[in-house]
Design a protein around this ligand. Structure first.
Ligand SMILES: Nc1nc2c(ncn2[C@@H]2O[C@H](COP(=O)(O)OP(=O)(O)OP(=O)(O)O)[C@@H](O)[C@H]2O)c(=O)[nH]1
Length: 358
């Protein structure tokens, strides 16, 4: 498992915690404060009690005319309707007694068989019952609210702490992932640098033998020319002017070859004073012109060689061949160009020769 996946999993866990906790709150609020829940039963008892008290006032008034009697009946009926509910019946035993009292009282009122003061006194029982219901329901409501706020607080703490922990873990994993990424990038960069160094001649900055081989394989199928260049009497040059001057000559020659052969040419130092150039070339005339150009440019550059037996300036021996790039064609081409170069050396140096690949 990678640091990245651990980090992403942490952030996903954070989302899950938040969503889960958010889902918890909504139904809880609904349950506690639902308009159809038993908590609102307190309001019904209050209304019912108010109707009974109003009925009591009618009964206690000095005269009870037709209108007042009707209002009295209506209040008693309304009060009855509001306490005749399952919640009250099941939870409070006084409910049934109160309902019986109201039924009997209504019957006797209809029969005109009750004194108003007595009737008002009879209503005290149901009123007391309703007051008890109100108080009890209020207590229940208070307890429910308390429980809800405690639960909310507990859930809030859980969300806060777990979110914090998960978030910190997510950040930590993310940092580890970034560190790992940077390390990998650094290692890749280093590897590229090493690979480049492994393909490069440190003295002249051009490619080495491995790079030559790699480039030929990479350009498989292309028509190319391989030009081998060797400095004449370089040993004498070194011996006469010193090794550092010899190094300097190698660098100057690399620059000259690059300049003369142009940007399409690739240059390599194969070792000692031997250079190779690979140029796109599909006809001998072009290859001849490349060799001529190198020789002329060197003449013009006029690098002094005080120890040269035949000349006072640096001269080159060149062997060149055209070939088609491929995994196995370089060795044949190299052999042919090298032989051509050897022939130039044998014939007195300071010349070039092109040949056909075997
Ligand atoms: N300054 C310097 N000299 C080098 C380097 N590598 C090889 N050499 C010298 O290059 C010289 C090559 O000598 P040879 O192979 O005899 O070639 P040459 O003297 O040019 O003789 P011909 O090629 O026959 O004309 C040797 O003296 C090596 O010490 C280098 O990196 N720097």
């Amino acid at each position: 498992m990678t640091w990245l996946s651990l980090s992403l999993m942490s952030f996903m866990a954070l989302m899950v915690v938040i969503v889960y906790e958010a889902r918890w709150v909504y139904p809880e609020i609904q349950a506690y404060f639902s308009q159809t829940g038993s908590l609102t039963g307190q309001q019904l008892a209050t209304r019912s009690r108010e109707y009974l008290q109003r009925a009591q006032r009618y009964l206690l008034s000095e005269s009870l005319f037709e209108d007042e009697q009707q209002a009295l009946r209506l209040n008693l009926d309304l009060a009855y309707g509001l306490i005749d509910i399952d919640v009250y019946r099941q939870k409070y035993t006084c409910t049934n007694t109160s309902l019986q009292t109201l039924t009997l009282l209504t019957q006797r009122l209809d029969e005109n068989n009750v004194a108003p003061f007595d009737a008002a006194a009879e209503l005290l029982g149901p009123i007391e019952c309703l007051t008890r219901i109100e108080m009890n329901q209020l207590d229940l409501r208070g307890m429910a609210i308390n429980e809800f706020s405690q639960n909310t607080r507990r859930h809030n703490q859980v969300v806060t702490y777990s979110s914090l922990v998960i978030f910190v873990l997510g950040l930590l994993f993310w940092r580890m992932h970034e560190r790992q990424l940077r390390r990998t990038e650094h290692a890749t960069e280093q590897m590229l640098i090493w690979m480049q160094q492994a393909m490069c001649d440190p003295l002249t900055g051009i490619g080495n033998r491995s790079a030559l081989h790699q480039d030929i394989v990479n350009n498989e199928g292309e028509s190319l020319a391989l030009i081998l260049v060797d400095i004449d009497f370089f040993k004498q040059y070194n011996d006469f002017l010193g090794h550092p001057e010899g190094d300097q000559l190698l660098r100057r020659l690399a620059r000259l070859l690059k300049h003369v052969l142009g940007k399409d040419a690739k240059l390599y130092r194969l070792g000692g004073d031997e250079f190779a150039a690979v140029v796109p070339c599909n006809d001998d005339a072009l290859l001849v012109s490349y060799c001529d150009q190198v020789t002329s440019a060197l003449q013009e550059a006029d690098f002094k060689h005080p120890a040269h037996p035949d000349n006072e300036r640096v001269t080159l021996s060149i062997g060149a061949v055209r070939f088609t790039a491929g995994e196995f064609t370089l060795s044949t081409a190299y052999e042919a160009a090298d032989k051509a170069l050897y022939r130039v050396k044998s014939a007195g140096r300071d010349d070039w020769q092109i040949t056909a690949a075997a």
